[in-house]
Design a protein around this ligand. Sequence first.
Ligand code: KE4
Length: 416
Amino acid sequence: MERARTLFPGGVSSPVRAFRGVGGEPFVVDRGKGSRIWDADGREYIDYVLSWGPLVLGHAPDRVLEAVERAMRKGTSFGIPTELEVELGERIVERMPHVEMMRFVSSGTEATMSAVRVARAATQRDVILKFDGCYHGHADSFLVRAGSGVATLGLPNSPGVPDALAALTVVAPFNDLASVESLLRSYSVAAIIVEPIVGNSGFIPPDPAFLPGLRALADAHGALLIFDEVMTGFRIAYGGARERFGVTADLTTLGKVIGGGLPVAVYGGRRDLMERVAPAGNVYQAGTLSGNPLAMAAGLATLELLTPDVQSRMTRRTERLVQGLREIAARRRVPFTADSAGSMWGFFFRAEPVRSFSDAKTADVERFKRFFHAALERGVYLAPSAFEAGFTSDAHSDADIEETLGRLDDAMAAAG
Ligand code: KE4
């Protein structure tokens, strides 16, 4: 880390990794396999961060490694169409038929910024509406009251984003349809962009009427609806938010899981919208490594292994983990609320359920910090921020879950 700090800001390649939200020094990881990771000193952890979501099959699954190996022997990149990208695209459409046409990019940020560009072009409007505490990557327009690392570091917004640009982003509280409606009346909004379940302020599910309400309000005001499923995609249901909530977005962004740990993300949706993207249309977007064959191979192998049975097995284990934590907190009289959807989960040290980022901010962050370190000392790696979601994988066995609950019971006592 000393060497890293002379090379990289904060010694990290992404802010959330720096443990600024929990204090102390990040560990340096050496390797991972299944549900476990080992640090450079050989300490072993059960991993519930899983590279912030991508590793839905756990670390280094044999079938994914073999697929990447096969692909790399044929070359690591071409910048030429390959069959692999077609195959992964077809897998995605099979799961999410509302993603009629798509474009591969290399990060969630690229996906969301491109989806917003398409929406602005299609509606010829400039303003976008996002939600307080939601994080859609670090493109300028999204760094307005964002979640994830922005919230973790307590940054109000971000210097370097021109006021003129930030003014084109309006923000509503999550789960607050009245606020959305009043903003849609006051501004000519190109698109509403939302995490269907917020994973970047901790784990915050939508009220039942919220997503259908956004759909109706968007339609009533000529705005498009973008579901940012970079985190929820292929985690909260086999077919994502549309399957779980029955609401169809005009554009959807995906990432993380579809790359199996390699850099892949996607924006896509209605064909009439996506046909506006160059070279079919005139909305420009491009990328040297988009559709990279190694990343396509990893994503394909991952989705092929992510069957409905695997999905329901992970859901069951995640529910067991969350219910177990609720029981531990109740027994220890610790104010606590937790929830999950598929293989995505989260908790807050607060008695009442959390419905918005302002609720999340009232949770006991100091207790979270103590709990995080007590868990880490006992070999459980949770996200080093009170404003992140947790994940499980198909590699997290029933025994891992039971082992985790024993260790976290102890950690909750130690956290006082
Ligand atoms: P990337 O540009 O980091 O690949 O994706 C941005 C993004 C977009 N949308 C959602 C819903 C996301 O959760 C993310 C990225 N998530 C964070 C952690 N919650 C990535 C971790 C990091 O920033 O290092």
